[in-house]
Structures are given as structure tokens and as C-alpha cells.
Design a protein around this ligand. Structure first.
Ligand code: PGA
Length: 251
């Protein structure tokens, strides 16, 4: 399966700053064809960047969207709008959305179903809090998040899904999960997908890791058999760091 490395810019970069970052990345990633590279810039930059990433390995993602098609939902953006601006992917259920904007598992599920229906490929985020990890509840928590997110998703659609395991205590803290800790969770998420859909349907479903991924830890993370890529926050804002992450060398 082709690994997927995604950069989540969060609420960073003006239109001009985003363009500079992508122009630099295009140079650094020239010729890369063994990794799917996805960037999730702020909404305001997506359309402009779609022209700059044409003929490059870079694809675009929304950081969020709303499941309704159109209407009186001030401040929201639909799947069709993201597609028309140049996105192929969308991040759903990031822990910052769950924490700051109180997104529930049910909303994550509605977004997942709407994304698949529209043709956007969802990157569904799951992850436990520090307290849940310390109480030994990690696998239970992430399994229930994933099960709820996928409620009603047909076996024929599951191959479009990417799962991102992002322990909340590792996001933006500089404290990444060890490769072994991440592998253990990825392995149990893979088992859950097998149980839900059967091995054939999910053989191409990527489970990527996020939480303080940096040039100096990507190689050991990617050496794990069940880690199929990374969702990168802070380090995706520096072209050289992100390019080094895309060019990981499993060790
Ligand atoms: P980080 O963020 O790499 O800055 O920890 C990851 C994420 O939130 O997706």
C-alpha cells in the first residue's frame, strides 16, 4: 500500500505565506511518486494552492467541513465547496475540533458519511487522552471512536477511508508516542477493521500516526508494520522538515 504523509497547517498561514510554502515544497518533492502527499491548508488558501500543486505530487485536503449540502449555516463549508476548490481529502474529527468545538462521535460519523457520498476521501482522527492512557483505556477508547465514525459505512466505500491515530497527549506537545506504543494501537485498529469489513475490503486502508511527528522520529515510526504514514502538524509548516518527513527512510 502507498504510504500517506499529510500536513495539517491548522490555523496558520495567510494566502501569501501558504503559496510560498507550497512553491518551496514543490521543488523539494520533485519526482516523489512512492508516497501520497496531502496538505490541509486553511480554507482561504485552498483554491489558490490548487493551481500551485497542479503537476506535483501534492494533493489538498480540507481541515473540516459541514455535512449539509448548502443553506443557512453561517460560517460552514460543504463537501462540494471543498471539491470545487481543489480538495480530494478532508480531515474529520481532529482532536482540536472535538475539544474546542465539542464535535461528537455522532457528528464525526455524519461527516464521514457525507464525505464519502460526495467523493471526498475522509481522514478520520481518533485518539485517547492522557488520563485514558494512564487508566489503560486506550484501545477501548480509539476502537469505540472508530466504530462510531464508521457506522453505516459500506464495505465498498471503506477503501476510501484513512484512519489517523493521534494520541491527544502527543499533539503539539513535543511528546510523541514511541513507535512501539503507536504500533500497538495501529495493530488493534487494523484488527477492528478486519472484524468489521473482512481483510479483503480493508487491505488498502491506511492507518497513519499523528502527534509530534518530526524529521528525527519519522524513520522509526515508519519502520513499524502497521504504521502507513503520518499526519504532521507543526513540522508541516517548515518546508525542509516536511520534505524530510515525506522522504522517510524506515530503519
Ligand atoms: P503536531 O500536530 O504534529 O503539531 O503534534 C499533529 C496534528 O494535530 O495533526
Amino acid at each position: 500500500m502507498t504510504p500517506l504523509i499529510a500536513g495539517n497547517w491548522k490555523m496558520n498561514t495567510t494566502v501569501h505565506q501558504g503559496a510560498e510554502l507550497v512553491i518551496r515544497l514543490r521543488e523539494l518533492l520533485k519526482g516523489i511518486d512512492t508516497v501520497d502527499v496531502v496538505l490541509a491548508p486553511p480554507f482561504t488558501s485552498i483554491h489558490h494552492l490548487s493551481h500551485l500543486v497542479a503537476d506535483s505530487p501534492i494533493k489538498l485536503a480540507g481541515q473540516n467541513f459541514f455535512w449539509e449540502k448548502s443553506g443557512a449555516y453561517t460560517g460552514e463549508v460543504s463537501a462540494e465547496m471543498l471539491l470545487s476548490a481543489g480538495c480530494q481529502y478532508v480531515i474529520i474529527g481532529h482532536s482540536e475540533r472535538r475539544t474546542h468545538f465539542k464535535e461528537s462521535d455522532e457528528e464525526v460519523n455524519r461527516k464521514t458519511l457525507a464525505a464519502l457520498k460526495s467523493g471526498l476521501r475522509p481522514i478520520i482522527c481518533v485518539g485517547e487522552s492522557l488520563e485514558e492512557r494512564e487508566r489503560g483505556k486506550t484501545v477501548k477508547r480509539v476502537s469505540s471512536q472508530l466504530q462510531n465514525a464508521l457506522s453505516g459505512v459500506a464495505g465498498s466505500a471503506i477503501r476510501e477511508v484513512t484512519v489517523a491515530y493521534e494520541p491527544v497527549w502527543a499533539i503539539g506537545t513535543g511528546r510523541n508516542a514511541t513507535p512501539e506504543q503507536a504500533e500497538e494501537v495501529h495493530n488493534s485498529l487494523r484488527d477492528l477493521l478486519y472484524e468489521m469489513y473482512g481483510p479483503d475490503a480493508v487491505k488498502d486502508v491506511r492507518i497513519i500516526y499523528g502527534g509530534s511527528v518530526k524529521p528525527d522520529n519519522i524513520d522509526s515510526l515508519m519502520a513499524q508494520p502497521n504504521i502507513d504514514g503520518a499526519l504532521v502538524g507543526g513540522a508541516s509548516l517548515k518546508a525542509e522538515d516536511f520534505a524530510r518527513i515525506v522522504k522517510f527512510q524506515p530503519m
